[in-house]
Design a protein around this ligand. Sequence first.
Ligand code: SF4
Length: 179
Amino acid sequence: MSSPPSLAARIRETGFSCLHCGSCCRETEPGSNLVMVGPEEISKIMEYTDLSFEEIVEPYPDRIVEDCLDYTFGWVIRRTGDRCRFLDGTTCQVYPVRPWICRTYPFMLDENGLTIHPCEGTGGENGSRDAENIALDLCRRYAYEQEQDEKIRAIVRSGIIPAGKPVIIDAEGIKDYHG
Ligand code: SF4
């Protein structure tokens, strides 16, 4: 995996400054603003907003239905129409506790390296968040996602997914789907 200094160099070279346009929080093509979140990220938003778990997230929409099993992996922030439920005009109402995906957009790191999503904020001057901070957050996000994925894989491998009812599998376990 790329090191933080080499990621920072790539980010600096790309040039990025958030324009606070809110475009990444709106659906510009199907599923473009699906924000996947893990249990810890949801807890932080619950604490910050006093909203309930169900008011903040819904199950990831792509379900896997096979044999007698019906399940999906994890949660996404609820949306109102084509917008994230926390987008107010062009302002994020949960900015201090925004999820990793939002914190690191338009950059994404996976086992294949750095991906840069199309974004109006790229290609110019670097903004107030310096490239080193973004690179560190990308590495933290990658570690968090790896940890979540490993926990979920362990649950799937254990073969304890109940048959005959829809469930959600996240890093904490198996949860009932309530619609
Ligand atoms: S949580 Fe905030 S930054 Fe993330 S998509 Fe929603 S409004 Fe945008």
